[in-house]
Each structure stands twice: as structure tokens, then as C-alpha cells.
Ligand binder design. Structure first.
Ligand SMILES: NC(=O)c1ccc[n+]([C@@H]2O[C@H](COP(=O)([O-])OP(=O)(O)OC[C@H]3O[C@@H](n4cnc5c(N)ncnc54)[C@H](OP(=O)(O)O)[C@@H]3O)[C@@H](O)[C@H]2O)c1
Length: 250
């Protein structure tokens, strides 16, 4: 039977890669949610080319009411991936208040809004994956808001997992390391500028700090997420799967 999976942040990067992977391996129906209409449309076309079917929902995950309205018009879902997110530096001794609020709204409250809105569409056997980060496992100077949001997501996955398991819904998180997307490129540029390095120097140091000595492709992260979405996964519940090439070993 065709599974229907909703992916926030389905327009680009890791969310897009998840959509294409699921279209390719199981001809899934993908519900792609994001703000950028041309990017959503392009991803939906790529999903169809990869063997799946797709629909798009134009929404901002910070808009709780809008998500609720969209959910009412949807059919049943088998899975939900909360991949939408933003990143950036919020140094504590600079005027970072507005950006702090924005990051928390998109990266922590956004996934909460998403689960709240679309949970009524998920029945027994449903799977939820929240996309955290290695910055949800350890701190990085200057990234207070992002680290707080991503640590928060790991906690949210743990609590929701216990709250929903009796309904047959399995909730987990993933913690990717550096993944080659637009977000990572922006991060490299910002950290290089803040630490007086060239982008190439910072990237080389960041890669050297990963035991497997490289960044990851979004398609590799999609495979990890696909495992947690699989109905065969009944053992990993409320966990955070590290997808980081050996940075974190617990
Ligand atoms: N790249 C990395 O190194 C890395 C590492 C660890 C974790 N992550 C996490 O992985 C997730 C995906 O990141 P990525 O690297 O794929 O980033 P990306 O290429 O910048 O894509 C971000 C996605 O999030 C969507 N989005 C952002 N804010 C949104 C909002 N308010 N409402 C709805 N959609 C929103 C964007 O869609 P629209 O533009 O269409 O709104 C886009 O599809 C994020 O949660 C990120 O924190 C990334």
C-alpha cells in the first residue's frame, strides 16, 4: 500500500532528499510543506520523476492556525518528518534577541506546531521523525538559540514518544552532523568570518574533526530518516539517531 509522508522543509536540502528517497524506494506519496513555492513545485516534479506522487502545502511552520487549517484538508498520513529549520549565530553579548526568538519559533515551536496540527491525520503505525542536529547534543559558542532549539527537539521526541506509543505511533529524532546544503554553506561562511579564517580553512578543519573526515550528503541523512519512518522499526522509540560519522558515540 502506498504510504503518505508529510515533510516540512520538503522544498530543499535534507527534506527534499527524504522526499526523493521515499519516492524512489517505495513510490510514496509525499506531502511537501514549505514557504518557497517555486522550490516546492520543483521538488514535487522531481518526486514524480523518481516514481512517487506529491502535493504541496505552502505554509510557515511558525503559523499554528494555518497548519491546523491545512491539516483539515488532508487525507490520512503514515509518517511525518519535521525537517524545516533555520540556523545562524546569536552571540550572547550582541543584540541577538530578535533572531533568538525567530530560531526558537522555527526550529522548536515549529516542529511542535507541526505535530499538533497533523497528529490527527496519523493512525496506529504512524511514524514521526524530528530533525535535530549534533548541536542538539553538544554546545557551540555563538549558537545559543540553535543549540537550545535542537536540544529541545531531542527532549520533545522523548516525551512525545512515550505519550504516543500506546497509540502505535513511534517518535524519534535524528542528529545529523555537517550536511552539504545551503544551510551548511551559510554556517561555514559565518563561522569563518567570525573566527578570522577563510571558508576553505574552516571547512578543512571541520572535516578533520569528523572521524570519517568528511561532510555528508542530504541523501545519506535521508536513509537514516527512512529507517525511523519504516514500520519495521519498532525498537527505536524516543531516541536520537546520530548521523554524524562518529562524532558522538553515545
Ligand atoms: N545542513 C546541516 O549541516 C544540518 C546539520 C544538522 C541538522 N540540520 C537540520 O536539518 C534540517 C534541514 O536543514 P537543511 O540543511 O536541509 O537546510 P536548508 O537547505 O536551508 O533547508 C531548510 C528547509 O526548511 C524550510 N523552512 C525553513 N524555515 C521554515 C519555516 N519557518 N516554515 C516552513 N519551512 C521552513 C525551507 O523551506 P522554504 O524556504 O520553502 O520555507 C527549506 O526547505 C534543519 O532542521 C536543520 O537544522 C542541518
Amino acid at each position: 500500500m502506498t504510504r503518505s509522508i508529510l515533510i516540512t522543509g520538503g522544498s530543499r536540502g535534507i527534506g527534499r532528499a527524504c522526499a526523493l528517497h521515499l519516492a524512489h524506494v517505495e513510490a510514496a506519496h509525499l506531502v511537501l510543506l514549505g514557504r518557497d513555492i517555486p522550490a516546492l513545485t520543483a521538488t514535487a516534479a522531481a518526486v514524480r520523476e523518481a516514481g512517487g506522487t506529491a502535493e504541496t502545502l505552502v505554509a510557515d511552520v511558525t503559523e499554528r492556525t494555518r497548519l491546523g487549517e491545512l491539516a483539515k484538508g488532508l487525507g490520512p498520513l503514515d509518517g511525518l518528518v519535521a525537517a524545516a529549520g533555520i540556523s545562524g549565530m546569536t552571540p550572547v553579548d550582541q543584540d541577538s534577541d530578535a533572531f533568538f526568538d525567530q530560531i526558537l519559533a522555527a526550529d522548536l515551536t515549529g516542529p511542535w506546531n507541526t505535530v499538533r496540527a497533523f497528529l490527527p491525520r496519523l493512525g496506529s503505525g504512524g511514524r514521526i521523525v524530528l530533525v535535530s542536529s549534533v548541536l542538539g547534543r553538544f554546545g557551540v559558542p555563538g549558537y545559543g538559540a540553535y543549540c537550545a532549539a535542537k536540544h529541545g527537539l531531542v527532549g520533545l521526541a522523548k516525551a512525545l514518544a512515550l505519550e504516543l506509543i500506546d497509540r502505535g505511533i513511534v517518535v524519534n529524532a535524528v542528529a545529523p552532523g555537517w550536511v552539504d546544503t545551503a544551510m551548511a554553506q551559510t554556517g561555514i561562511r559565518q563561522i569563518a568570518a567570525a573566527t578570522g579564517q577563510t571558508e576553505a580553512q574552516f571547512r578543512a578543519r571541520a572535516e578533520a574533526a569528523v572521524p570519517v573526515k568528511r561532510f555528508f550528503q542530504p541523501e545519506e541523512i535521508a536513509q537514516g530518516i527512512a529507517w525511523l519512518l519504516n514500520p519495521a522499526n519498532t525498537m527505536q522509540v524516543g531516541q536520537c539517531l546520530n548521523l554524524d560519522g562518529g562524532v558522538i558515540q553515545s
